[in-house]
Write a protein that binds this ligand. Structure first.
Ligand SMILES: Nc1nc2c(ncn2[C@@H]2O[C@H](COP(=O)(O)OP(=O)(O)O)[C@@H](O)[C@H]2O)c(=O)[nH]1
Ligand SMILES: [Mg+2]
Length: 196
């Protein structure tokens, strides 16, 4: 893997349903609360500030956004969950969209669930993980925004978050998109899944 593989990432597609996606060799997806930093993370991984739109208004991304890293290798930014102001119909739409995506992509190699270090694990984060554990898909947990936790609280927060999520602490990737912490490790994990 070389750094330039990620730097050469390009916007590939933006669709409102999974069946509109074309063929990929291998893809990884990011899912998590609105505002957890999914789009920021895509930008950090690719070393590009404006590749994925970053919004300060939660719930803005209602589409599946695809970025390609070389031919047929994708990073997929899925719409966020848990934004309070959406209607039941929109929540159902979200669920349907995500389920269609997860079940309709044989090239999906891993799902990264992003959790906010400062907010902690939400009910929906736990539901998402429980659901993923019940499927055969490989997944990883990424805890983002660790810059918002003081150094002294970090050890305790790591332990309690892991416990809360039911994941071994060493199986969690701890990152700060803002500071760039953990991005290299994440790139190599992604490279492994996408065979870059
Ligand atoms: N402090 C801090 N803020 C972050 C970090 N990552 C993202 N953010 C901020 O969180 C907000 C939501 O980010 P965005 O990428 O749009 O989240 P998304 O809704 O999950 O795509 C933005 O204001 C980002 O600047 C981080 O590592 N640390
Ligand atoms: Mg986003």
């Amino acid at each position: 893997m070389s750094k330039s593989v990620f730097n050469a990432a390009q916007f590939h597609a933006c669709v409102d349903s999974a069946d509109k996606l074309d063929y990929a060799q291998a893809e990884v997806a990011f899912v998590g609360r609105s505002n957890v930093g999914k789009s920021s993370l895509v930008n950090a991984i690719c070393g590009r500030r404006l590749l994925a739109k970053i919004s300060k208004t939660p719930g803005k991304t209602r589409t599946i956004n695809v970025f390609s890293i070389g031919y047929g290798k994708w990073i997929v930014d899925l719409p966020g969950y848990g934004f309070a102001a959406v209607s039941i119909k929109e929540k159902d739409n979200w669920k349907y969209m995500i389920e269609c995506y997860f079940s309709g992509r044989p090239s999906l190699k891993a799902i990264f669930v992003l959790v906010d270090a400062h907010v902690g694990a939400t009910v929906l984060d736990r539901q998402m993980l429980a659901w993923l554990k019940s499927t055969a898909r490989p997944y990883r947990v990424i805890v983002n925004k660790i810059d918002r936790i003081t150094q002294t609280k970090l050890v305790e927060q790591r332990r309690s978050l892991a416990l809360d999520l039911g994941v071994m602490p060493e199986h969690i990737l701890w990152v700060s998109t803002k500071k760039g912490t953990g991005i290299k490790e994440l790139q190599s994990v992604i490279s492994g899944f996408l065979l870059l």
